[in-house]
Design a protein around this ligand. Structure first.
Ligand SMILES: [Zn+2]
Length: 298
């Protein structure tokens, strides 16, 4: 009984609040004071810390380490932990942003065991962990130099689906969920990718995704673009880690609130940005997840 009450209390903390546009965010979003205080005290001490936090994937409290791996430097020379990519749960090995993504997924659909989902990754630990929670999960990676529908990847010792987000091989109305984490910024024609995601979702299907997002920018920031098949850099080239390509992957965009208009244009409803922060769940830093729903077919 006590355990149940404790769980309920945790679940009641309103971690995810949806913001539908920049002005709503500016008016309403106030980061929790306990989160900022904890972040500031860790930055002040410049020392690794352990916190006890509730893992939304494992459904229990675990001891999570806040370290300085991938830390950034402040103007005064002090290191700021990479809160977003760290605070790893020692049991499931999911970091802050992945635990939060799973958390929101389950808030939207508590009954994942009956659902069909497509995720734009297939060699990651998250893909393996989601298979335990979702009834039918398809994952893919993208191999632009290869036309084959499946590509053998030696480090996972199996064939991986090869999908181009701008021309997915799936039927219309196939999935209850599409999940895409840190991928759209690498797709030059991301609007075409949004149309494809809309197409393969069922009616009432959900699109959950993360991208580099600039909270104080209305416009999407174009870093690079394709010009007659040639990459043209408008800002210094930025490459992100790619689980199937050691060379990394060029980042074409940092998105702003304009992406919500792009989603609405494609036909999505209920579009929003969910910033999240919670000491209880070990969500420090400035994490956010984006969401859109397909209500109608057009
Ligand atoms: Zn965990």
């Amino acid at each position: 009984m006590f355990e149940f009450l404790k769980m309920k209390k945790l679940a009641d903390e309103n971690v995810f609040q949806k913001h539908r546009c920049f002005s709503e965010f500016e008016k309403r979003w106030i980061k929790r004071k306990d989160c900022s205080n904890l972040e500031q005290s860790i930055i002040k001490k410049q020392k690794e810390t352990n916190i006890k936090a509730y893992c939304a994937y494992c459904k229990k409290t675990t001891k999570m380490k806040i370290d300085f791996l991938y830390a950034a430097k402040q103007a005064d020379g002090k290191l700021i932990p990479n809160f977003r990519e760290r605070i790893v749960c020692p049991e499931c090995n999911l970091n802050n942003r992945l635990r939060a993504t799973y958390h929101l997924l389950e808030n939207i659909e508590p009954n994942l065991k009956t659902k069909q989902a497509y995720i734009t990754e297939a060699v990651t630990p998250l893909f393996e962990l989601l298979k335990n929670k979702i009834k039918f999960l398809v994952g893919s990676e993208y191999f632009p130099e290869n036309d084959a529908a499946k590509v053998f990847i030696s480090h996972v010792n199996r064939e991986i689906n090869n999908e181009d987000l701008t021309k997915l091989s799936f039927e219309n109305n196939q999935f209850d969920f599409v999940i895409s984490l840190e991928v759209l910024e690498h797709v030059p024609s991301y609007r075409q990718a949004l149309r494809e995601i809309f197409r393969v979702l069922k009616k009432n299907g959900n699109f959950i995704f993360s991208i580099p997002f600039v909270l104080n920018s209305q416009k999407n920031i174009v870093r690079a673009r394709m010009n007659n098949g040639v990459i043209e850099h408008l800002l210094p080239a930025e490459y992100h880690g790619d689980p199937v390509d050691n060379a990394g992957c060029l980042c074409f965009y940092h998105f702003g609130w304009e992406i919500l208009d792009d989603l609405r244009e494609v036909g999505f409803c209920d579009v929003g940005v969910y910033p999240y922060a919670s000491v209880k769940f070990g969500y420090l830093g400035d994490g956010l997840i984006l969401y859109a729903k397909k209500i109608n077919d057009e």
